[in-house]
Design a protein around this ligand. Structure first.
Ligand code: AMP
Length: 331
C-alpha cells in the first residue's frame, strides 16, 4: 500500500499529464455500475469545467439501461485521434475488463481505481483499495487541487450517485470518515438527493414481481451460504433484462447466518455471471480462484457452466463453515 504522500505525488503527476494533452478519452469497466458511471461522468465534468479548450470525451463499448438517467457517452474519436489521446480508465481493476476496444491505441494511459491491484496496468496507476469508491477518489482529486479544479452541482451529483451505490448507501465496510467528509463536500454543492435516490431505487413493476418470485428460489448450502440461480427461463418469463436479474443478489443480504450470499445469473452467451457478497468474511480470493475479483465483501466472476457453479458453492460453503467455527460470536 502506498503512503498518502506517494498518492499525492501520483495525483500531481496525473494533473500535469492531463494538462499536457488536448484530447482525453475517459472510460470504465464493462457491465458498468453506479461507481463506473458516476466517476467517469464526474471526472469528465470537472475536467471540462477546468479545461474548456480540450476535447474530453466519455467513450465506452457498453452501457447500462438502469443508469441511463445519468447520461450518454460522447461520439467516438477517429482512429488517428485515439492514437494521440490520453486515456483515463476509472474503477477497473484489470485491463481486460476495460470497456474500450481502442485502449491499446492510447498514447498514454492512466488508471484510477479502488480495487485490489492484482494485475497492474497503465503508465500512471493511482490505486487505493481502501477507498469506498472511484467516485470518492475523483472527488478527493478535485478537492486536492483547488487552484485548478472545482466541483459544481453537476459533477457533485454524478460523484455522489456513485458513492451511494458503491457504499450501499454509506453502509459497507469501505465507508470511513473521509468518505463521509467527501460526501459532505458534494452535498454542499446543492445536489438533488431525492431525485438521485428515486432514479436509483424505484423499480419497474415487472422487476418487483420477478423479485417476489426469485425470493422463493433462494437456497442455502449445508453451512448457510445463500444462493439464487436466475435462469434464462426466469428472465424470459418476467420479461426483465439480465441487468435487472443481476440486482437480485441484494434479495439475500439480510438472511441471518448467511454471511456469504451469491447470485448466479445466466447470460445469453451461455456463461453464468456470479455476484458474490459477504459480511465479516473476505470472499475476494474465492472470486479470484474463479478468474474474477473485486473487494473483500463484494466480488464477481464469470463461470462457464453449472459444474463450476457447484464447485464454487462447495468452496464458499467450506469457507463459511470454517469462519463460523472460528467466530462463535457472530449472530
Ligand atoms: P458486481 O457483483 O458485478 O457488482 O461486482 C462486484 C465487484 O467485483 C466489483 O467491484 C467488480 O468490479 C468486481 N468484479 C465483478 N466481476 C468481475 C470479474 N469477472 N473479474 C474481476 N472483477 C470483477
Amino acid at each position: 500500500m502506498k503512503s498518502s504522500e506517494q498518492n499525492m505525488i501520483l495525483q500531481a503527476r496525473i494533473l500535469e499529464t492531463i494538462k499536457a494533452f488536448d484530447r482525453i478519452v475517459i472510460c470504465r469497466h464493462r457491465r458498468p455500475d453506479g461507481d463506473a458511471y458516476g466517476s467517469t461522468f464526474g471526472l469528465r465534468e470537472i475536467l471540462r469545467d477546468a479545461f474548456p479548450a480540450k476535447d474530453i470525451r466519455l467513450i465506452n463499448d457498453d452501457h447500462s439501461d438502469y443508469l441511463s438517467f445519468i447520461g450518454d457517452d460522447d461520439l467516438p474519436f477517429s482512429d488517428e485521434e485515439y492514437r494521440e489521446s490520453l486515456f483515463i480508465v476509472l474503477d477497473t481493476g484489470t485491463k481486460d475488463r476495460v470497456s474500450q476496444k481502442h485502449l491499446n491505441d492510447a498514447k498514454f494511459l492512466i488508471k484510477i481505481d479502488h480495487h485490489i491491484d492484482n494485475l497492474p496496468y497503465g503508465d500512471i496507476s493511482w490505486v487505493e483499495d481502501a477507498r469506498s469508491s472511484a467516485c470518492e477518489m475523483v472527488a478527493s482529486f478535485c478537492l486536492s487541487f483547488p487552484e485548478t479544479l472545482r466541483l459544481s452541482p453537476v459533477s457533485a451529483s454524478y460523484l455522489f450517485t456513485g458513492m451511494v451505490t458503491d457504499t450501499g448507501r454509506f453502509r459497507y465496510e469501505g465507508t470511513d470518515g473521509d468518505t463521509m467528509r467527501i460526501a459532505g463536500a458534494l452535498m454542499d454543492q446543492g445536489i438533488d438527493r431525492e431525485m438521485i435516490f428515486a432514479n436509483l431505487y424505484m423499480d419497474p413493476y415487472d422487476v418487483v414481481v420477478f423479485s417476489a418470485n426469485a425470493m422463493k428460489n433462494i437456497r442455502r448450502t449445508e453451512n448457510g451460504v445463500a444462493y439464487l440461480h436466475v435462469t434464462t427461463g426466469m428472465i424470459k418469463k418476467y420479461g426483465i433484462t439480465t441487468e435487472q436479474a443481476s440486482a437480485s443478489v441484494s434479495l439475500m443480504d439480510s438472511i441471518r447466518g448467511s454471511f456469504i450470499y451469491i447470485a448466479f445469473i445466466d447470460y445469453p452467451d451461455g456463461t453464468i455471471r456470479v455476484r458474490l457478497r459477504s459480511r465479516f468474511i473476505d470472499i475476494q480470493k474465492l472470486a479470484s480462484k474463479y478468474h474474477g475479483g473485486g473487494h473483500a465483501n463484494a466480488s464477481g466472476a464469470t463461470l462457464s457452466g453449472r459444474k463450476e457453479m457447484n464447485a464454487l458453492l462447495r468452496d464458499a460453503d467450506a469457507i463459511l463453515k470454517e469462519a463460523k467455527q472460528a467466530h462463535k460470536e457472530w449472530i
